[in-house]
Design a protein around this ligand. Sequence first.
Ligand SMILES: Cc1ncc(COP(=O)(O)O)c(C=O)c1O
Ligand SMILES: N[C@@H](CCOP(=O)(O)O)C(=O)O
Length: 470
Amino acid sequence: MKYISTRGSAPALDFEGVTLAGLASDGGLYVPEHWPRFSEYEIDAMAGLSYVELAVKVMGPFVAGSLTEDELRELCTRAYGRFSHAAVTPLVQLDQQHYVLELFHGPTLAFKDVALQLLGRLFEHFLAKGDDHLTIVGATSGDTGSAAIDAVAGRDRVDIFMLHPKGRVSDVQRRQMTTVRAPNVHNLAIEGSFDDAQAMVKRMFGDPEMASSKGGKFRISAVNSINWARLMAQVVYYFASALQLGAPHRKVAFSVPTGNFGDVFAGYVAAQMGLPIERLIVATNVNDILHRALSSGDYSAGTVTPTAAPSMDIQVSSNFERLLFDLGGRDGHAMAEQMRGFEATKAMLLTNAQREGAAALFTSARVDAAEMSGAMAWAARECGEVLDPHTAIGLAAARASDVAAAIPVVTLATAHPAKFPDAVERATGIRPSLPARVGDLFERTEALVELPGEYEAVAEFVAAHATPSA
Ligand SMILES: Cc1ncc(COP(=O)(O)O)c(C=O)c1O
Ligand SMILES: N[C@@H](CCOP(=O)(O)O)C(=O)O
């Protein structure tokens, strides 16, 4: 499989190349040059497979040419062996129509583990072939950081620099990052929002002093969902849950709490691969750029409002570019032009083709604090299911949607409620406790460096602590 950039001028790469590159050298995001498609018969034959075997089937076409089936199976077995539930991503029924897909049984209690446990192992596998060193630079609004750090802490040939917006992640989220003591892990608390951090990360990929692809010293790579391998691994659980609910003979809808548009884009990929998805509901909090874009075509970023669902406090959604590229006829030069406009003005209008294409599969909803708390209270009271604030936003959007009653709606449960104990207690009266596997999080010492929200300060820190490319 070859991958092409959404901005049309970076070289096409194979799966190994895109995994190690993270972001394309023209500033675009890599997508497969075509969507592999399964027949109804092939999807039917996936029913009953274990999570690992399903992962091998679904991801097989994407890694072709870079990994053998046995190598992929081995990497998946080790990645998903670290999950505390035998089903890896168990599906729980709430009522006649609604389900939650629990994606938080990995080591750091968020859906990010599903992809990052695999990505850490992919980095190790590919780097073992040569003698190069990777400098991972990432931005987190709370969950990617801990999942990525867990996935690469202590690994040879990798340094990780994780930027989080100071004071804007929960205590549990921060401690899950800052209490990991490994010489290759660097936590940077920066002034500003997640969007500011994400912009600095993207800038480093184009910095001629820093990025080896531009003549600089370090082989920079990504663990955010700008890295294709992240999304690829997330496609699997759409198949896993839909198969349990009767696919391919029955359609299923999904409601996805959304920030950077990675998780829900994985659902779009599943639909392109033949999974019968009735609808993808994009659920945002009051940072609603995606809701505005999908409902009125207006993709314009305002300032970020901190909320009780901090991991979704995002206004610039990286992966939306992948959708716009696909819906706009895969014209890289037009996409580059559209993104140049957005980068200059922080606003853009979707074209008619992009709006109409999106409307065929997506709907959206903006969920405020009261609606979020209401969904948490309902799930706890009526169904005995304690949800985190992000999942509650997905569920509120799912319950308000007009999906026909005969079609099951699966809300992706993206984080364990104990990551946000105060918000959960306020809404439900229940204070969730951390599972034993995260250990003595509040007894451990934290290590982090505070930096101003300036690119130069971050680049200087990375340059002083990273290992140059071979
Ligand atoms: C708990 C949680 N829910 C939802 C999201 C949104 O996911 P995405 O950025 O893939 O849209 C995130 C962060 O990305 C998250 O950490
Ligand atoms: N919500 C994320 C933000 C980064 O998103 P990603 O999926 O692109 O890594 C987080 O929790 O860090």
